[in-house]
Design a protein around this ligand. Sequence first.
Ligand code: SF4
Ligand code: SF4
Length: 155
Amino acid sequence: MQGTCPNHWKMLSPTVTEFYPDEPPRFEERFRGAHVLQRDENGLEKCVACFLCSAACPSNCIYIEAAENTDTMRISGGERYARVYNIDYNRCIFCGYCVEACPTDAITHGHGFELASYNTSTLVKRKEDMLAPIPPGPKPSMVTACGEVAKPQPV
Ligand code: SF4
Ligand code: SF4
């Protein structure tokens, strides 16, 4: 008898209708959609190219090429940044292991879900497709190890 209570509660609660695609659908916060590569408050990329996400990925669908930040060109807050960061959505199962593995919270799941395509080559998303925009507002200049000043580099 107790087991029927949730069903009765559901039957009596108001009906919720989604009007997608005329209106954007609502998502729970924890919905795992297309990935977002995050930036810090200074606009620098959070990814430091440590490869932990690709090591954790059970589908082997993350491809990264690392490069060093220099005194004149700083892309991330760490020593290295991801020069190339691809996710192959032909293979991704949206398990979230990459997000769990990331030590800098650089990769997160967004709410993007309209990924279907007749052309599988378009399902390989590049870093430029996934990068969060530079946050608005004035950005402090970053002083490098040599005392030079470098601004965040737009992609
Ligand atoms: S969500 Fe899972 S399958 Fe997709 S890239 Fe991350 S670890 Fe790999
Ligand atoms: S997204 Fe995170 S775990 Fe993956 S390479 Fe960048 S910093 Fe490392």
